[in-house]
Design a protein around this ligand. Structure first.
Ligand code: ZN
Length: 244
């Protein structure tokens, strides 16, 4: 069977996802003569969610192209900020990204998340039905065809994950407007109206400022406020001006 040999290279940003022998630079690859370029790229470990332009002999080429003998393929990373069709921009995070979900919500970014594992097919169809960008560190999940849009989260550290997502998608930020527990929108709270939800010490010490319109959770400036304030200030100073 004819097995065309091509040469392929990955942009530095996405090399960590590629098979180890493909990370140094341009390498030779025998293809099967029938698989599309998209399939070839994914079979080397890189989900198409991470791929921007595909250049074949320097020309931009669709993922449906079937590589031919002697072609040189450059796999580029997605542009940053990445534009996702179908505004407003919203996200869906897999079960391993709970901390990132709460931090996105703290910044007012619409971030759906279930703490129980609903499984890859359900996540993928939720992404499609609600037009949410699926965030995951699972490459198999990101390869599912039905997802609306997706992004691999490169770091396992919440600080770096947050910077990665904010830098990549530049979502508009509106701190303190969304419930970190359920993603609902917050509204101004009247301290008298929420009195029965607060313990006595809380009433005396803390200043209630918001209540969730979905789960009715009450927010006040309390024990963790300084730490959350720091996360907000850091994000706003770096990404607050990027809102569109
Ligand atoms: Zn809530």
């Amino acid at each position: 069977m004819n097995r065309p040999e091509i040469h392929i290279s990955f942009a530095p940003e996405i090399r960590p996802l590629a098979a180890p022998e493909r990370r140094a630079g341009r390498t030779a690859l025998a293809t099967d003569g029938s698989s599309t370029l998209g399939h070839v790229v994914e079979s080397l470990g890189v989900p198409l969610t991470e791929v921007g332009r595909l250049l074949v002999d320097g020309r931009e080429t669709p993922v449906s192209h079937v590589p031919r003998q002697g072609e040189t393929v450059e796999v580029c990373a997605v542009d940053r900020p990445q534009r996702v069709p179908g505004a407003p921009l919203s996200f869906l995070l897999d079960v391993h990204l709970g901390t990132l979900a709460r931090r996105l919500r703290l910044l007012g970014v619409d971030a759906a998340y279930e703490s129980e594992d609903i499984g890859d097919p359900a996540l993928a169809s939720q992404s499609a039905a609600q037009r949410r960008v699926l965030l995951s560190r699972d490459r198999g999940l990101l390869r599912r065809r039905e997802i609306w849009a997706g992004a691999f989260v490169y770091s396992d550290r919440p600080d770096e994950q947050l910077r990665d997502v904010l830098g990549r998608f530049a979502p508009p930020l509106a701190p303190w407007t969304r419930c970190t527990a359920c993603n609902g929108l917050l509204t101004d709270a009247d301290k008298e109206a929420v009195r029965e939800r607060l313990e006595h010490g809380t009433q005396r010490t803390y200043d209630v400022f918001a209540q969730c319109t979905a789960c009715e959770r009450v927010y006040w400036r309390g024990a963790h406020h300084a730490q959350l304030q720091e996360i907000v200030e850091r994000a706003m100073s770096e990404f607050g001006g990027a809102a569109v």
